[in-house]
Design a binder for this molecule. Structure first.
Ligand SMILES: *[C@@H]1O[C@H](CO)[C@@H](O)[C@H](O)[C@H]1NC(C)=O
Ligand SMILES: *[C@@H]1O[C@H](CO)[C@@H](O)[C@H](O)[C@H]1NC(C)=O
Ligand SMILES: [Ca+2]
Ligand SMILES: [Ca+2]
Length: 364
């Protein structure tokens, strides 16, 4: 082989390797830039203030238009609808979809769901389903509220978008507050609105509770392990409480079985790890509600309820989700955190009748 041919082949080889290196370098650089851009978004979100409550036209948003580099904070926006049926005194709030929601989880996504309620009377709080790993969920759910025309005009519809997390507190992404006196009730309202930073004032934080549920269908055993609670309200002078947890089962909305944890003295973040097992047949589990409530023990006066939550066949939202996870994972404990609600709120959704008469408790 002539010398020049060897040189040519060698030169071609070197050129090829160089080209490959160049390609890899370019790819790496691009990834780096993308990461930096995402980090920048995060900084903006943390530093910059509130987004205006501007109402925008009803158009499909172009995700590519979202300018992450700009200083504008992006919590995302929500398409909702409002309708009032005067004959039935019924307000219908539709939660249609959201887009460009702020990413709350590592990996740049969120697990959004929306809570809806009416202020200042807050008879009930409704929740949409959770959508996993998306910033553009399509909810298409609607919620009805009984409300008279006169109180309607003094009320505010609140829609809060949260990021669901199984093992930690759910983060709020943003919220909408629509003053209902400003709404033209002659038409069905349907509009996109930018999510605002959540208001700090009105929400009474009652704390959170973590418990695990396990159901063994063959044995007919339901096991509830009360793990811990945190950020509970202080009920006693001195800014503390003596919390214990009541675990109650209702069958066909009748009080059925009840157990209690021990009392943890002077703490707002009690750790229990106490397990309760109930006999619940497979036929009964479909008709059961589990009520978990936190109480402050007082030696001298009546014990006070600090917060409540219920799961089971009549539950909705995150509570139903936990219950369904338990049923679809038989024999496996499933743990989840829940935000506590007021006793009034739970009572208005789940009004329990008196205890089941004794004879129907006995198997024979
Ligand atoms: C919780 O209780 C179980 C059963 O009593 C025990 O095996 C487990 O180690 C406890 N966990 C902690 C963290 O204390
Ligand atoms: C909730 O209902 C229970 C009985 O189901 C009752 O004992 C309790 O007082 C009620 N609490 C409130 C705040 O209405
Ligand atoms: Ca999440
Ligand atoms: Ca006390």
């Amino acid at each position: 082989m002539p010398r020049w041919a060897i040189y040519t082949i060698f030169a071609a080889g070197v050129l090829l390797i160089l080209l490959c290196c160049l390609c890899i370098c370019i790819k790496c650089c691009c990834k780096g830039k993308k990461k930096k851009r995402q980090q920048k978004t995060g900084e903006n979100i943390n530093l910059k203030g509130v987004n205006g409550k501007t109402t925008t036209a009803l158009v499909q948003p172009d995700v590519a238009d979202v300018d992450y580099g700009s200083t504008k904070k992006q919590r995302g926006r929500l398409l909702y609808s409002l309708e009032y049926n005067a004959a039935l005194s019924e307000l219908i709030v539709g939660v249609k979809q959201a887009d460009s929601l702020m990413a709350m989880d590592l990996g740049g996504s969120s697990d959004p769901y929306v809570k809806v309620y009416i202020c200042p009377d807050k008879p009930k709080t409704c929740e949409t389903k959770v959508f996993r790993h998306t910033l553009n969920p399509v909810f298409n759910e609607q919620f009805n509220f009984q409300i008279s025309k006169s109180s309607l005009l003094k009320s505010t519809a609140v829609m809060k978008v949260f990021d669901f997390n199984r093992f930690s507190k759910h983060n709020i992404i943003g919220e909408l507050r629509v003053q209902l006196c400003n709404v033209d009730w002659n038409h069905v309202i349907e509009e996109w609105q930018d999510l605002a930073e959540p208001a700090k004032f009105e929400e009474e934080e009652l704390g959170e509770i973590c418990f695990s549920l396990r159901y063994v269908p063959t044995a007919g055993k339901l096991t509830v392990v009360i793990l811990e609670a945190k950020n509970l309200k202080s009920m006693d002078i001195g800014g503390s409480s003596d919390p214990y947890v009541k675990v109650q089962l209702a069958l066909d909305k009748r009080k059925w079985k009840k157990r209690k944890t021990s009392i943890k003295k002077k703490t707002l973040n009690p750790y229990y790890n106490e397990s309760f097992t109930f006999d619940v047949s497979f036929e009964q589990i479909q008709r059961v509600n589990l009520v978990v409530s936190v109480w402050d023990h007082d030696a001298m006066t009546r014990n006070d309820a600090m917060g409540k939550i219920f799961l089971g066949c009549d539950a909705t939202g995150n509570q139903l989700r936990h219950w369904a996870d338990m049923l679809s994972n038989p024999r496996r404990p499933v743990a989840q955190w829940h935000s506590l609600l007021s006793a009034q709120q739970v009572n208005s959704t789940l009004s329990l009748k008196k205890k089941i008469p004794l004879h129907s408790k006995l198997p024979f």
